[in-house]
Write a protein that binds this ligand. Structure first.
Ligand code: ZN
Length: 162
């Protein structure tokens, strides 16, 4: 029996169906948003690395999150394919731990907040999910380089809401 089935059993189908509904709603929004921009590419973290990049110490959490990522990605992929939107993957190593501006490994003083520990860096605190998303985009755009190529302070990242 697969881990996800075991988890589903212990929670019951109702909860699982609710999660599934949420996933569908979220992935539909992701793909709809992608459709609204010119030449969209959806970039996902490569799931073959996900186990080693997980912060969660607990085995069950790891299984649960791994299952969630796999399901989200599968839904994004097939919805994107329907719309003809390409889907790419990048190595997710430290995408949530590195500062998108300078590459320093920082930390999260609060949930949803990323803090850069590099005193010379302008960033200070940043919305954690946005920081991770910018790292993913940067990796896609520049291979594994985490440094942005333009120095002209294009702060399009700064208003990067959700
Ligand atoms: Zn920084």
């Amino acid at each position: 029996m697969r881990g996800s089935e075991r988890i589903a059993e212990s929670f019951g189908d109702d909860v699982w169906n609710q999660i599934d509904d949420v996933f569908h709603r979220v992935t539909r929004e992701v793909v709809e948003y992608a459709e609204s921009v010119e030449n969209p590419v959806l970039v996902l973290e490569d799931l073959t690395y996900i186990r080693e990049s997980m912060d969660y110490g607990d085995f069950m959490n790891r299984r649960l999150h791994g299952w969630g990522f796999a399901k989200l990605h599968a839904q994004i992929r097939y919805k994107a394919v329907e719309k003809g939107i390409p889907v790419e993957t990048v190595n997710p190593r430290n995408t949530s731990k590195e500062c998108h501006a300078c590459g320093e490994v920082g930390y999260c003083p609060r949930q949803a907040t990323f803090k850069c520990t590099n005193d010379a860096c302008w960033m200070g605190e940043y919305q954690a999910d946005v920081n991770g998303a910018i790292n993913i985009a940067d990796r896609y755009l520049s291979g594994e380089s985490r440094f942005r190529e333009h120095e002209n302070d294009d702060d399009s990242a700064e208003d990067g809401g959700r």
